[in-house]
Write a protein that binds this ligand. Structure first.
Ligand code: FAD
Length: 570
């Protein structure tokens, strides 16, 4: 077998991209005796995976069982089938369910990656058969990055909204405890702050926490595991095309430091080059209009669809190209990517209205459905819900965060950057005045808030049943009664923030089979070519069954691809 050190441009396996799925596949491929190279276009490794929550949705995982949790293959299958509504082949769903628990078991046993189960994080569709109120989402443990040294400077930097007060690492379980104000949350925050402040060695160096959480933890622990194995990761190296021998992919072409190079991959190429959300032309070609690259919460300029375009050239089939992992997002001046509004929509006392001043969906619904609803309502109203507006009052402003605005008790308006006023947020003494500022129908807004104030009293949202299920309530305020997701909007001044139907990645891409091989429209595998993550079309079809439904499959099919390559090595 060729080793990476003998000839620099010949490898057994080449992995394109350095997201979580890509790094996972490289680790498994290397552990099975392959020489492996990772090429990454950006000067930073980690992709969207590194700035994400790092959650992975793994039905039937060992950690949940160890806590006495009750899950089964069959209930997960029933649930995914119900949520994806026939948009994916059942055999691919089965391949996912067969391999996901094995992938994370083996990865944790053999690498630095460590997860715990988020046993209270509910599946996103509690009304569907087979759903669970918690136990399928796994949350990265905090990871000590000191051993990685300067290599951490080359990781996609965690965005402010994944860090406590914009600087401290925490887990999703800790973030939830604080958001829901569960018993002991204050003490926990004080503990996290002390730990950060008393880390004198790190504080001498600067602001960055020496521990990484969420996607940063996943990415750093994978990167460290690559270093343990001496797997090379070439940054600033962009895949441009495949090298073919007849119908078989035998390598790739890359641009590295301005030079075109051909690299040979004896046993396989694994494409983990992300989706096409950072390519405005492809957005306009495939996604519903209007669509803007700057609404994406993914790292600017990274995922431009190179894998998709090269795959199309060699006859690959595609699917779901008109879908994103939608998420309502807002833009903040000087920030290169948009910020997703994942949890805040569920906090009591914020509503989302269109230009008519009307609500059009349950604000606490999962982000994929909310983004989709923005498009549907935009069409139904002749263009009135792109943008839409989050509206809240001064009580909400004081108590809760919204996008970059920390709760007013920590960040009063006087401490928010001046440039945000009349850009990120609008403020007025009355709702009427606010409606005028943001060009929303004032009568509609008045009627909507009156209704919401009534619903807050009864605890029942008669229009969209907000707070009516365990998922909605996950991000509600447990102290607010009778419904943790509903509160009146009464006390001026009033605020509004503009949101767009953004995304956390595209969902469609190269069609793959149960072994993660890219297939042609007739279903034949293209030998030597695998695709994982958002470069491939999602195994979840048009659905988002639970937190971690994008990275869980990316890592799982990375594992599947590595196993298939090793099993079929000649
Ligand atoms: P990426 O992780 O983006 O990796 C693709 C890599 O390929 C990039 O580094 C890119 O630079 C590189 N690349 C692109 N083109 C080329 C080329 N031509 N040559 C070489 N390299 C190339 N999902 C979850 O499942 N769980 C979560 O908790 C979660 N939280 C999120 C939170 C936020 C704030 C955001 C923005 C997203 C979140 N997501 C989450 C979504 C998830 O992060 C992405 O869907 C997922 O990381 C995509 O993985 P990927 O490997 O396909 O792409």
């Amino acid at each position: 077998m060729t080793t990476a050190n003998e000839i620099e441009n010949q490898y057994d396996v080449i992995v394109v991209g350095s997201g979580a799925g890509a790094m996972t596949s490289a680790i498994f491929a290397a552990d099975q005796g392959n020489s492996v190279l990772i090429v990454e276009k950006s000067d930073k490794y980690g992709g969207t995976s590194a700035i994400s929550g790092g959650g992975i949705w793994i039905p039937n995982n060992d950690e949940f069982k160890a806590l006495g949790g009750n899950d089964s293959y069959d209930s997960a299958l029933t649930y995914i089938k119900a949520s994806s509504q026939g948009s994916v082949e059942e055999s691919r769903i089965r391949a996912y369910l067969d391999n996901a628990p094995k992938m994370i078991r083996e990865l944790q046993a053999n690498s630095r990656v460590k997860y715990a189960v988020a046993d209270k994080y509910p599946d996103y569709y509690p009304h569907l058969e087979g759903s669970l109120p918690g136990g399928r989402t796994m949350d990265p443990e905090l990871f000590d990055t000191t051993g990685l040294g300067d290599e951490m400077d080359h990781q996609q930097p965690a965005s402010g909204n994944t860090l406590l007060m914009g600087k401290m690492a925490w887990t999703a379980r800790q973030a939830h405890k604080a958001v829901a104000k569960e018993r002991g949350w204050m003490l926990m925050i004080i503990g996290l702050m002390l730990r950060y402040k008393l880390d004198f060695k790190a504080r001498k160096k600067g602001r960055r926490d020496s521990r990484a959480g969420l996607g940063a933890s996943l990415s750093a622990s994978l990167r460290h595991s690559l270093i343990d194995r001496n797997i090379p990761l070439w940054r600033n190296t962009a895949f441009t095309d495949f090298v073919m021998d007849g119908d078989r992919v035998t390598g790739i072409k890359v641009t590295k430091d301005g030079q075109e190079i051909e690299l040979s991959a004896k046993h396989g190429v694994i494409m983990g080059s992300g989706g096409f959300e950072q390519n405005q032309q492809l957005r306009e070609k495939y996604l519903p209009a209007p669509s803007q690259q700057r609404w994406s919460a993914t790292p600017a300029g990274c995922n431009t669809g190179a894998g998709l375009e090269a795959g199309l050239k060699i006859g690959a089939a595609t699917d779901l190209l008109d879908w994103c992992w939608w998420a309502p997002t807002l833009n903040v001046p000087k920030e290169p990517s948009a910020r997703g509004l994942f949890a805040e929509r569920a906090f009591p006392g914020a509503i989302v209205v269109d230009g008519l001043g009307k609500r059009f969906f349950n604000e606490a619904a999962p982000y994929l459905e909310f983004g989709d609803a923005m498009y549907k309502n935009n069409e139904a109203t002749g263009g009135k819900s792109v943008p839409a507006w989050v509206v809240f009052d001064s009580h909400f402003r004081f108590e809760y965060a919204m996008g970059p605005l920390m709760p007013g008790k920590i960040m009063p308006d006087s401490r928010a950057p001046k440039a945000w006023r009349d850009d990120v947020y609008f403020k007025a003494d009355t709702l009427d005045e606010l409606a005028g500022l943001i060009d929303v129908d004032a009568k509609g807004l008045a009627e909507t808030t009156e209704k919401m104030n009534r619903y807050a009293e009864t605890g029942i949202d008669e229009d969209f049943q907000r707070g009516g299920n365990v998922f909605d309530r996950y991000y509600g305020d447990s102290h607010v009664k009778p419904n943790p997701c509903l509160a009146p909007i009464k006390k001026g001044p009033f605020y509004a923030m503009k949101i767009n139907p953004g995304d956390i990645g595209t969902k469609g891409g190269l069609l793959t089979n149960d072994s993660a091989q890219v297939v042609t429209p007739s279903g034949e595998a293209i030998e030597g070519l695998y695709a994982i993550g958002n470069c491939s079309s999602s195994v979840m079809g048009t659905s988002y069954p639970g937190a971690g439904s994008t990275i869980g499959p990316a890592m799982t099919f990375g594992y599947v691809a590595a196993n298939h390559i090793s099993a079929n090595r000649k």
